[in-house]
Design a protein around this ligand. Structure first.
Ligand SMILES: Nc1ncnc2c1ncn2[C@@H]1O[C@H](COP(=O)(O)OP(=O)(O)O)[C@@H](O)[C@H]1O
Ligand SMILES: [Mg+2]
Length: 253
């Protein structure tokens, strides 16, 4: 069965998009058919994959708001993965979907006909608890939560987990938490170490805690380069191993 995994956290800058891109790449290297779906109006994933959002004629927005059976705009074989891109027009979808019937199921409806074509669909959520994140959770089998190893990071997890619980209760009973991925970790910073400890203490009863992703300029450089880290000249093998470890874990969930 296809695993549909939302990268979800209402905080920005916690490496949701970075994880969607690199986890997707490592799953594709493991011979899985991967579709990435950008559901953030900021379109970072689209940019990280090397596309120019403003130049795109059709995006995920068209698939969400069109009432006809228009084909989903899929860009094939972008660094070994398929991609449904986004651009700023998606910001309108929040408004336009307010009155749509069964709006919570719009993304699920869009993705269901594609399930046979993919082993993994990764949805890169926007930094909010709004409708775009909700429709992503409704369309997903799993949610993977990147969480920054910083002082305030745990504060937001309450509302994040409440949102997941509400979706599980009302709209998607089979949604599971695939785990928590501590990110932006500086091993020599004692505050980060303590935060990582708290993350492990508080969240391990709820889901698996993965090996933390170190803060490293090569990761940010890869995004600017428009490619997954593994395809960049300056790769960091320790970080590639971490993404591969998560890819392996996603095979087993
Ligand atoms: N491990 C890391 N070390 C350094 N910079 C990172 C790391 N992971 C992500 N970044 C950078 O931090 C910024 C935010 O990451 P991003 O994946 O866009 O987060 P989100 O999608 O949660 O907003 C991006 O510029 C990205 O390239
Ligand atoms: Mg993002």
């Amino acid at each position: 069965m296809t695993k549909v995994i939302s990268l979800f956290n209402q905080a920005g800058g916690v490496a949701k998009t970075t994880t969607a891109q690199n986890l997707g790449y490592h799953l594709s290297v493991r011979h899985h058919r991967v579709l990435l779906v950008d559901i953030d109006p900021q379109a970072s994933l689209t940019t990280f994959m090397g596309l120019e959002p403003a130049d795109l004629e059709k995006t995920v927005y068209d698939a969400l708001v069109s009432s006809s059976d228009e084909p989903v705009p899929i860009h094939r074989d972008v660094h070994g993965m398929d991609l449904v891109p986004a651009n700023i027009l998606l910001a309108n979808a929040e408004q336009e979907l307010i009155f749509a019937e069964l709006r919570e199921f719009r993304l699920k409806e869009v993705l269901t006909p594609l399930l046979d074509n993919y082993d993994f669909i990764l949805i890169d959520c926007p930094p909010s608890l709004g409708i775009l994140s909700q429709i992503s959770l409704v369309a997903s089998t799993h949610v993977l939560v990147p969480i920054q190893c910083q002082f305030k990071a745990l504060k937001g997890t309450d509302s994040l987990l409440k949102t997941v619980a509400r979706v599980q209760r009302k709209l998607n009973r089979s949604l599971k938490i695939a785990g928590f991925f501590p990110t932006m970790y500086s091993a020599n910073n004692s505050l980060d170490q303590r935060t990582l400890e708290s993350i492990r203490e508080q969240l391990s009863p709820i889901g698996k805690i993965f090996t933390p992703l170190p803060r490293a300029t090569t990761v940010a450089e890869a995004a600017e380069y428009g490619k997954p880290l593994a395809l960049c000249p300056n790769k960091n093998l320790a970080i590639l191993r971490i993404f591969d470890e998560i890819a392996q874990a996603m095979e087993e969930i």
